[in-house]
Structures are given as C-alpha cells and as structure tokens.
Ligand binder design. Sequence first.
Ligand SMILES: Nc1ncnc2c1ncn2[C@@H]1O[C@H](COP(=O)(O)OP(=O)(O)OP(=O)(O)O)[C@@H](O)[C@H]1O
Ligand SMILES: [Mg+2]
Length: 246
Amino acid sequence: MILKTISLSKFFDGLKALNEVSIGVEEGSITLVIGPNGSGKTTLINTICGFYKADEGRVLFEDKEITNRPPHEISKLGITRTFQIPQPLKKMTVLENLLIAENYGTSVLESLRNGWMKKEEDFVEKAFKILEFLNLDHLWDSPAQNLSGGQLKLLELGRAMMRDSKLLIADEPIAGVNPILANEILDRFVKLKSKMTFLIVEHRLDIVLKYVDYIYVMANGRVIAEGKEEVVEDPRVVEVYLGAED
Ligand SMILES: Nc1ncnc2c1ncn2[C@@H]1O[C@H](COP(=O)(O)OP(=O)(O)OP(=O)(O)O)[C@@H](O)[C@H]1O
Ligand SMILES: [Mg+2]
C-alpha cells in the first residue's frame, strides 16, 4: 500500500466529518471514494494532504508517518492534490503552468543554485511531451483561462506529471466534463498507472466505475463498504444513496 489511513478522524464542532476512516491505496491502482454529498470525501482528502489537522488517527505514505505534516511538505514527498474546481494560474499560458509546477515548492534562489536555468530547456521538452500525451499541445501558448473545464482537468494532471508525482489525489476529476473528454481523462489515468497511483473522489459512477481498481464507500464520515465494482450493488450502498435522494 502506497497510502494508508488508520482510524482517521476529523471533527468540526460536534460533527464527526471523518469517523475512524481506514483505507489503503495500492501502488499503481486507481482507488475510488464514493458516497452521498456531505459524507466526508473532501474532508478525507484534506486531512490526508495536511489541509486539515486530524483529530485522531494516522496517515502513512510509503510506510512513513505523514499525519498532520504541513501541505507543502506532503506535496514535496510526491503527492499532488487537485481540487473540485481546477486552480490554474489563469493568465499564464498552458506551457507556463506546467513549467512552474515542476519548480513547485522550491524557492527561486534554491532553483538557481540547483542550476534550474540550465535545465530550462529540458523542462520545456518534458512539458511538450506531457502536452502531447494529454492532447493539449496545440494549446501550449493559450492562457489557461481559455481552456474548457475538461482541458483544465487535463492540465492539472499535466502539472502532477511534470512533478513526477507518485500519488495524485483528485477531487472530482471529471465533474462538469463532457463524457468524451471525461473518458479521455480517465484513460490517461489508466495509461499512467505504471508511474503514478490515483486516489479519486467522483460522483459520476456511470463513467468512472470501469476504470477503477478498488472502491471505498463513505456515509456520515464512515467507510460503510469497500470492494470492487460490485460494491455499488451492495444493499448498504444502495440504501445510503436512496436515503440521500429525498
Ligand atoms: N471546514 C469545515 N468546517 C465545518 N464543517 C465542514 C468543513 N468542511 C466540511 N465540513 C462538513 O463536513 C461534512 C463532510 O463534508 P465534505 O465536504 O467532506 O463532504 P463530501 O463527501 O466531499 O461532499 P460532496 O460530495 O458534496 O463534495 C459536511 O457535513 C460538511 O458540512
Ligand atoms: Mg466534496
């Protein structure tokens, strides 16, 4: 397991947004977390990545304790987190958004000392290879704000690739994306599995299920079921979704 949470809990006043959540993410897998609105999925991501402090429990990445480490330290270990709404630097071009991702977490001085300037050409070459892989190469010179929602999600994946991230934690990577592009995004995840592991939260089960290796189902801050694709037919899972509809 590349990532593990052990009885992870997060409380907001009286609310147990995460209640003793234990999950494992196998290296090279696409692991999916599902559950009705407000079940704690984003809170789980935020607590793993250090955006929220855990109240109880532990987070292990590559068997090392990362519980409550600050987000930039967790990021440096090779974990990239993406958001429900992509957050590119809008005025910068697609290419620039990749180049600054590579240099993420390093101060300008430090990067000069490391000869970053000399390596700039290599980074540009790497960025273009990534853009080709993502079918974004024709847009390299466009400001990020001109991209569609789906293209922005691809750009976020590109930023993670630029950094050679080991684990991508993506909150709703295909939300609001048309089905063709959504399938394209998930297909890219599959192609990257030999290099990257994916922990994703997603509501669009009709599209996402065929791409994932393992599923955790959350309700009211707890994991109520886990397993392969069939888990969505588990009566406990059907019940929490039906209960959420009224
Ligand atoms: N910063 C916060 N302060 C207080 N309560 C919060 C905070 N963040 C989340 N919560 C609460 O924790 C619970 C879980 O929220 P969370 O955002 O994790 O749900 P989710 O499963 O991601 O839902 P969705 O599918 O709608 O994105 C909700 O009741 C939410 O109101
Ligand atoms: Mg959420």
